[in-house]
Ligand binder design. Structure first.
Ligand code: CO8
Length: 372
């Protein structure tokens, strides 16, 4: 069996930002508009008035301060409340391929690897722009990569599950190099008209290059161990899908966008993740004191503080458990990879760390790494 290393990461960050104040102003204008349009139904108690959102609530409940999006004007339009991403011709790169390509090229540059040396491209994300051809094959072609490519979806854990999938193929010897690409256009499947969740997500793309570790002569992280787990839950759900037309359900429906029972997610996922991390460390012969850094899924600051405390058995120093959610919000599978990409260069040989994702499914994925 071959050893595996992470030799490069890349992050594409959109140029457009929405602060909490801007987001709340747009939502509240939308709520006023909606309440005026539905004044009669509200007056007779048929529907409830839409309450106002608050930037103070968002920061206190989540730790999020702003989010990046591919298109701001559509989201900020109170009469629209979702991004404007015009349909592209079939012979032009799609949105996911375009942002995934940018992240992938940065990961390759960081590792000093040419795209032609890549044997596998996995596009691992919470949603795919189309059913087929696979986005990963489009990225493979745009990059000029060799080998093969495929898409996979494990919601928030797509990146870590993709890393395990690629690592297993490198370990087995069927490939030498793999790119795991995570283009997350969360703004397109977030319900911006629902105050309970309108602040949660942002857009980004990340990429991780994995290589067979044979006396690698460049900075890298050894992949010590990977572990994935799932447990079915309806608490984070999106009912949109290819059977929609057959259900005669093409109207504007709430369940065609992201839905969650946030409180239940919070309560159920925390013990699941804490136990998963403890078991993974145990099985790998790594003790919590060995961990110099935790790169956790970026959904909620309180959640991360809890998991960090459980994982290390003490309150982590902020530098030991860096958060990026204040800047990016929840970017689904890309969050822990952004945290890793932006907060790992200072580690020295022998330092160990843990990348961990968790979310819809439920799904939990962890990757134990060591700086070489
Ligand atoms: N402004 C003001 N008040 C608000 C707002 C708002 N924007 N939103 C809710 N409130 C009110 C509520 O109505 C409620 O009022 P009341 O007490 O009168 O009923 C009160 O504030 C408290 O609301 P909540 O109970 O909802 O607040 P919480 O403290 O639970 O915080 C969170 C809400 C932040 C959502 C929290 O529950 C949380 O973070 N939970 C964990 C969620 C999580 O990790 N989910 C995973 C996300 S899924 C994922 O990562 C990937 C999925 C696939 C990608 C999909 C991409 C779109």
């Amino acid at each position: 069996m071959f050893q595996v290393a992470i030799t490069g990461t890349g992050v594409f960050t959109p140029s457009e930002v929405i602060t909490n104040d801007e987001l709340v102003a747009a939502f509240n204008a939308h709520a006023d508009l909606w309440n005026a349009e539905n004044a009669d139904a509200i007056a007779v108690g048929e529907v409830a008035a839409k309450p106002q959102s608050s930037a103070e609530f968002i920061l206190a409940a989540s730790g999020i301060e702003q989010r990046y999006v591919l298109n701001k004007s559509g989201v900020m339009d109170p009469a629209r409340m979702y991004p404007r991403l015009p349909q592209r011709p079939d012979d032009a790169p799609g949105y996911m391929a375009e942002i995934g390509l940018d992240a992938a090229q940065k990961a390759l540059a960081a590792a000093g690897v040419d795209a032609s040396e890549v044997d596998l491209v996995i596009c691992a994300a919470s949603n795919m722009e189309r059913a087929y051809p696979a986005i990963a094959v489009e990225i493979q072609q745009l990059l000029g990569a060799g080998g093969f490519a495929f898409d996979m979806n494990v919601a928030c854990s797509s990146a870590t599950f993709g890393i395990q999938t690629a690592a297993d193929m490198i370990r087995a010897g069927s490939i030498r190099r793999a790119l795991v690409v995570n283009p997350e256009i969360c703004s397109a499947h977030l319900e911006w008209r629902d105050r309970d969740c309108h602040f949660i997500f942002g857009d980004v793309a990340t990429a991780t290059l994995l290589e067979r570790d044979e006396a690698l002569d460049k900075p890298h992280f050894k992949v010590i161990s990977t572990r994935c787990a799932t447990q079915f839950s309806n608490n984070i759900r999106n009912n949109n899908g290819y059977l929609r037309r057959t259900h005669d359900a093409m109207e504007d429906r709430r369940d065609m966008q992201f839905m969650q029972n946030g409180r239940k997610v919070f309560k159920e996922v925390l013990p699941l993740v804490s136990q998963h991390i403890a078991d993974h460390l145990d099985a790998s012969g790594v003790v919590a004191d060995d961990l110099r850094r935790l790169w956790l899924h970026q959904a909620n600051k309180t959640m991360n503080d809890y998991i960090g405390r459980k994982a290390l058995g003490r309150v982590p120093d902020p530098s030991e458990q860096p958060n990026i959610l204040q800047d990016y919000a929840n970017t689904s599978s890309a969050g822990s990879i952004i945290a890793f990409a932006q907060n790992s260069a200072d580690l020295v040989a022998g330092d160990k760390g843990l990348i961990c994702s968790f979310g819809a499914g439920y799904s939990v994925g962890s990757v134990i790494v060591e700086r070489a």
